[in-house]
Design a protein around this ligand. Structure first.
Ligand code: BES
Ligand code: MN
Ligand code: ZN
Length: 502
């Protein structure tokens, strides 16, 4: 199994080459990127080397440059590679720029389609017009595309290339892109791990291993510590399982950054399996619920990536880990739990467990007085009803913090959309016998009532909640990714930390 953030990167087999003539490199395949409308940029040289083959195919309508179109040209004359793969980027942006999210997915589409067979050497050509940000995202996408979901399949459907040569990429951009790829891969691998392998204790062990490799401090609270810390909400959700809950706290201090309260706290929902508890899910809805720790996976992976890049920021990442099951001690409908903050929670539906777990995690984080909080959670089906499979929901108590996150997401091409937090929704979660209840009245606006519940635990600190129920897990394969965990939000969080808006 690949190990992300290993000191020895040689197993990735990525290197760069300055060659001005990629067509002369012996390889299994030569990948070039084209925009809609014309064979331009780095493809021009390959077009010339093949005596205008690419232009002729474009004129004939065989190459359109449409987004993620992938045209293999086998055994072309004039190039040393066994095939040329022309990958579409869609229309050129208004300012002539290529959008980073499209580039990431296009690079992944190319390597994903090539990785169905073993390949010794594949050459990808960076366009001279790209900035280092472009190259990084293309490199990250290319690395991600050749890694699949088949962790346990005997005959792997995907094989990594022996060597991946990037022509025209700087070694810095290549290295950064590979670290980002490691982060995305880590999040995907954690999400794709079967729930009986990855449960709170083993998730915490995985986080500890990553902390060791990236130079972060880690603290793990077991069930006894959780009890001493009055984390009754996390413990309640975990009580129906034979696997005890955990809380994981990672700390990273950037080089030369003065000590002090964290600039940002990353908070993740880590329900390693969500059966729904006594409010049991139907089998169809339960099948993919190993993905219910994707928020925690994103936060651990983002913290690790930021640490591996030595970015100048102080942060903590705190994840609440529990398995929501139906064992004899399971928490029940009508139970009243006193959360760590002292707020009492009335349980009306044990399947609304994520917010209950996060109630305690947010309180732990609030105590550390971070400047800002961002949480990621596969929190509600309602968010998918509102925004579909690909778009994450944003909810905030501080518009400028939310805007910064949306801007970073836009930069790297991860779709997000903000939903409102009108005070009227607070009435829906008013408790009958306790302070609050864990579901709203009826199902309408369910993503918002969930966010409103979380807001009660952040103590007025600028906070944004990201509901990733849709984009965390691809139920079907897409051209750029196998079905399964997507690693959503890792690239956005790294971008946030880099632009120093934390
Ligand atoms: N983990 C689920 C939300 C979810 C659904 C994530 C589908 C990914 C895909 C969450 O714990 C849940 O069950 N939410 C309930 C809340 C309801 C009971 C108020 C839901 O959305 O149905
Ligand atoms: Mn649930
Ligand atoms: Zn859940």
């Amino acid at each position: 199994m690949p190990t992300e953030f290993a000191a020895d990167k040689s197993h990735h087999g990525f290197r760069c080459e300055a060659s001005a003539r990629p067509e002369t490199i012996r390889a299994d395949a030569l990948v070039v990127f084209v925009h809609e409308g014309s064979i331009g940029g780095a493809a021009t040289g390959v077009d010339r080397a093949t005596d205008g083959l690419l232009s002729r195919l474009a004129t004939a309508g065989e190459i359109t440059g449409k987004r993620y179109e992938c045209v293999p040209i086998l055994a072309p004359a004039g190039v040393a590679a066994g095939q040329i793969v022309v990958i579409g980027l869609g229309p050129q942006g208004p300012d002539g720029n290529t959008d980073l999210g499209t580039l990431y997915r296009a690079a992944a589409t190319a390597t994903r389609s090539l990785s169905t067979r073993p390949r010794e050497t594949v050459v990808l050509v960076a366009d001279p017009a790209w900035t280092s940000r472009h190259t990084e995202q293309a490199v990250a996408g290319a690395a991600m595309g050749m890694v699949g979901q088949d962790l346990h399949r005997t005959d792997k459907k995907r094989t990594r290339f022996g060597t991946t040569i990037w022509v025209g990429a700087s070694s810095e951009a290549l290295a950064t892109g590979m670290v980002i790829a490691d982060g995305v891969s880590l999040a995907r691998r954690l999400v794709n791990s079967p729930p009986d392998d990855l449960y709170p204790e083993t998730f915490a062990e995985a986080a500890a291993a990553v902390a060791g490799r990236t130079g972060m401090e880690i603290e793990i609270w077991d069930e006894h510590r959780l009890d001493r810390e009055r984390c009754r909400a996390i413990l309640a959700v975990g009580r129906g399982s034979s696997r005890a809950p955990r809380l994981v706290k990672l700390t990273y201090r950037g080089p030369g950054v003065p000590a002090g309260p964290p600039h940002v706290a990353l908070v993740g929902k880590g329900v390693t399996f969500d059966s729904g508890g006594l409010s049991l899910k139907p089998p169809d809805g339960m099948l993919t619920m190993k993905c219910d720790m994707a928020g925690a996976a994103a936060m651990v992976a983002a913290a690790a990536t930021i640490a591996a890049l030595r970015l100048p920021v102080n942060l903590v990442a705190v994840c609440g880990l529990a398995e929501n099951m139906t064992g004899p001690a399971a928490y029940k409908l009508g139970d009243v739990i006193t959360a760590r903050s002292g707020t009492t929670i009335e349980i009306h539906n044990t399947d609304a467990e994520g917010r209950v777990v996060l109630a305690d995690v947010l309180d732990v984080v609030r105590e550390m007085a971070p400047q800002k909080i961002i949480d990621a959670a596969t929190l509600t089906g309602a968010c998918m009803v509102a925004l579909g499979h690909d778009v994450a929901g944003l909810f905030t108590n501080d518009q400028s913090w939310c805007d910064q996150i949306a801007a970073a997401a836009r930069t790297v091409g991860e779709p997000v959309w903000q939903l409102p937090m009108y005070p009227e929704f607070d009435e829906q979660i008013r408790g009958e016998v306790a302070d609050i209840k864990n579901v709203g009245e009826g199902r309408w606006g369910g993503a918002i009532t969930a966010a409103k519940f979380l807001e009660r635990f952040v103590g007025g600190i600028p906070w944004t909640h990201v509901d990733i129920a849709g984009p965390a897990f691809a139920e079907k394969p897409r051209p750029w990714i196998d079905g399964g965990g997507t690693g959503v939000l890792v690239r956005t969080l790294v971008e946030l930390a880099r632009t120093r808006s934390l």
